[in-house]
Design a protein around this ligand. Structure first.
Ligand SMILES: Nc1ncnc2c1ncn2[C@@H]1O[C@H](COP(=O)(O)OP(=O)(O)OP(=O)(O)O)[C@@H](O)[C@H]1O
Ligand SMILES: [Mg+2]
Length: 358
């Protein structure tokens, strides 16, 4: 999948822009505050319905404007052209148009435009809480298991209802009907997550070894409770504790991906540059697995490419990205930082105060 045309209107400091990206590498060069991250956020929003720095639409829509509008032409691997439009109002209402039809859901947008994002904010994947790693795992589960989205929505609903009921319940029997529904959903979600991690583990370890050859990464999935134990039984045993907190303390909503080297958590061991490389390794491994599985490349958005990386590591990352044969958008403050990566079919865009030129 590649973006052949992109129009951005009233998105942060970008008033109006139309660009025709290369199917290979696209570089966005500009000073601090020129709009590079905003530009990448606009692409991200096309595939997610939200930006990655702020959820609030009022922060993303240009000051004094009532809505933002994004439009793109996408070419699928079968050379089919799709037009995708998205508008968002200040109240947060999304309108999605695909091939001139309205009323699509965000999940349909996400299926059409799979992308991997590598940004300084993305360090949360490794040094933030488990929710960031769950989001990473669930991206893959969503794209590889069609039943996952329904299961995931059910899990959210059931946990919300269960937590509300915990406040009022006197004994476990009152929760039984909920848990009868919750347990199979929780078990299936965990099974899918296990399965997905098993599938990409090799790719994650291989890619992280390419970037950080001196380390042997250990990557273990934790499903949210001890795997040898029965979830239904644990819910019964934990009733008093859950009631005390009015919160279900164990379950798939506590899952995590534990990344360690010699039993030391990587966020304790690694420098910023090493964390960035590992984050890239995870995203690339996931993107590559997606590409092999679906026979369709996913898009990469890389903000502030050069930050934290020395010249050798930049070259390594560039080489690996080139080998994916994907469409890539890379931002940098200085053309010198990316000059060595630019090939014949790539494009360079310059951005100044939100105005983009090729
Ligand atoms: N809703 C908005 N309306 C108008 N301008 C905005 C809005 N939100 C942010 N901006 C401005 O957009 C400009 C571009 O920000 P952005 O983060 O995209 O810059 P950048 O090129 O990525 O900078 P850096 O190199 O420092 O990362 C900033 O000056 C910011 O204040
Ligand atoms: Mg930026």
């Amino acid at each position: 999948m590649t973006i052949a045309q992109l129009n951005i209107h009233d998105f942060r400091n970008i008033n109006s822009a139309e660009i025709l990206p290369s199917p290979k590498f696209n570089f966005i060069i500009g000073d601090n505050g020129s709009g590079k991250t905003s530009f990448l956020e606009a692409i991200y929003m096309l595939g997610h319905g939200r930006a990655f720095r702020h959820q609030l639409s009022s922060r993303i829509i240009q000051h004094d404007k009532s809505e933002l509008v994004l439009f793109s032409k996408i070419i699928s691997t079968k050379n089919k052209i799709h037009s995708v439009g998205l508008s968002k109002t200040r109240s947060g209402e999304n309108k999605i148009k695909i091939d001139n039809d309205q009323g699509f859901k965000l999940a349909e947008l996400a299926k059409l435009l799979p992308m991997q994002l590598i940004t300084p904010e993305g360090f949360d994947l490794l040094s933030g809480g488990p929710k960031y790693r769950r989001a990473f795992i669930d991206w893959g589960c969503f794209h590889h298991y069609s039943e996952f989205i329904t299961l995931w929505n059910n899990l959210r609903r059931l946990l919300k209802q269960r937590n509300a009921l915990l406040k009022r319940s006197i004994n476990y029997d009152q929760l039984k009907p909920w848990d009868k529904e919750l347990v199979p959903v929780a078990n299936r979600i965990s099974q899918i997550r296990h399965d997905y991690i098993e599938k990409i583990r090799h790719e994650i370890i291989k890619t992280s070894h390419d970037f950080l050859p001196e380390y042997d990464l250990d990557c273990q999935f934790y499903q949210g409770w001890e795997q040898s134990l029965d979830y239904a039984q644990l819910l019964v045993e934990n009733f008093e504790r859950d009631k005390l907190f009015s919160y279900t303390t164990i379950g798939p909503h506590k899952a995590d991906l534990k990344l360690r080297i010699n039993n030391i958590p990587i966020e304790v061991l690694f420098s910023r540059g090493q964390l960035k490389l590992l984050m890239c390794a995870l995203r690339l491994a996931q993107g590559e697995f997606y590409a092999q599985y679906h026979n369709q490349a996913c898009l990469y958005l890389i903000d502030d490419f050069a930050s934290e990386l020395d010249l050798t590591k930049r070259a390594l990352l560039a080489k690996r990205l080139k080998s994916t044969d994907s469409q890539v958008f890379i931002s940098a403050v200085d053309q010198e930082q990316i000059q060595a990566m630019v090939d014949e079919n790539d494009k360079i865009f310059y951005i100044k105060s939100g105005i983009i030129s090729e």
